[in-house]
Design a protein around this ligand. Sequence first.
Ligand SMILES: [Zn+2]
Length: 453
Amino acid sequence: MPAAATPLPETLTPRPGVGERLSRMIRLPTVSAELDARGPQPFEDFVVLLAELYPLVHEHLSLERVTEFGLLFRWAGAAASAQPVVLMAHYDVVPVDESDAWTYPPFEGRVEDGWVYGRGALDDKGPLAIVLEAVENLLAAGFTPPRDVYLSFGGNEETYGAAAEQIATTLQGRGIVPWLVLDEGGAVVDAPLPFALGDAAMVGVGEKGVLTLRLTARGDGGHASAPPKITAVGRIARAIDRLDPWTFPAHSPKAITRMLAQFADRASGAPQLLLRTLATFPWLTARAFAAMGGEPAALVRTTVAATMQQGGTAANVLPSQASATLNLRIALGETVAGTVRRVKRRIADPLVEVTVVESSEPSPESPTDNDQFALIVDAVNASYPNASTVPYVMMAATDSRHFHRFSPAVYRFAPLEMTNAQRASIHGVDERVEIASLERGELFHRALLQRLQ
Ligand SMILES: [Zn+2]
């Protein structure tokens, strides 16, 4: 019989040493892309390390291994019938480029001047650690959540592995629809837009889909001295040229409208007027952002980038075949099938074959006017009182997309402060996190869990 949910004073003193514990995690090289070379031992060691670092979590929560690389902890809540909360993170990391010069070795886990350095500090061992810190601290204070809380940790996110998908499928198979899912994504950033001053907790409410296409054209071959009007290489080049940025229509998602309205509240003068106008007229936002190109354009429409090209065997031989690979990021509200149709129509060449290499649909857009989002806002206010909570749309994919198939309230936010330089260190050089930020992150999760109803 689980205990009734216990309210808790906010004055709990967290266990010191979060930096050291994260450092221990960083020292295990859980590089999923190098699994074949390194073997599975670092991943197994990581599971053992978690039990050592978080004894109360292991005493009070059940741990289920879903596939070799999926860890699913369940913290039984007072009301077994209530829909659970799922807090997600991944414990694998991307490789380190040998030619990069790190200030400290990437797997040393150096703690220096209030910072923890190393691969995974931000992506995603830091965010994983603060979830466990919060749960451990709450357990030490005798807290029981009002509803079940699952911790879903995957060990192959960076290689598009199946752990998180299997965990999602497992819960779905048990008829469990999470009330709230929280995964990596946005962070607490300073001045996210040129006009938007101050700290903002950027919460991803949706993510774009991914589509890889191959274009193939065939030719007759032969000597290059008497060429046809267009060769296979020329045909592919023409097809790519036809896929200009305007191939796809621009729409402004609801989250972007709300983001602009919130930034308007904090701006003044001409920028404020501009932001207000954009927030009032989404069609205008769509056009303006599309015209700006780059990141603003990517927020409002499907993008297409030609990333690889092959064809021909010699300088003086007509190519019998040429091909190109396209990487597309599908805007919210559109589909893989519709995007493929549009690409074919735009290329308008029946001799260019279009094949789908891999695809995933864009996620739905989670609401921002529900209790779940209000809870996130409350937890941000408790941990980062100077930051406002702002929704946005992510361009990269996260493991949470597997939950978005059947759970309507999925949010992508790691409650850690990240400067632009820190964000560049993710998948890059000198990845690092400030211990003060880890402590605020722990407070975010603790506040979120304590305020659960
Ligand atoms: Zn990540």
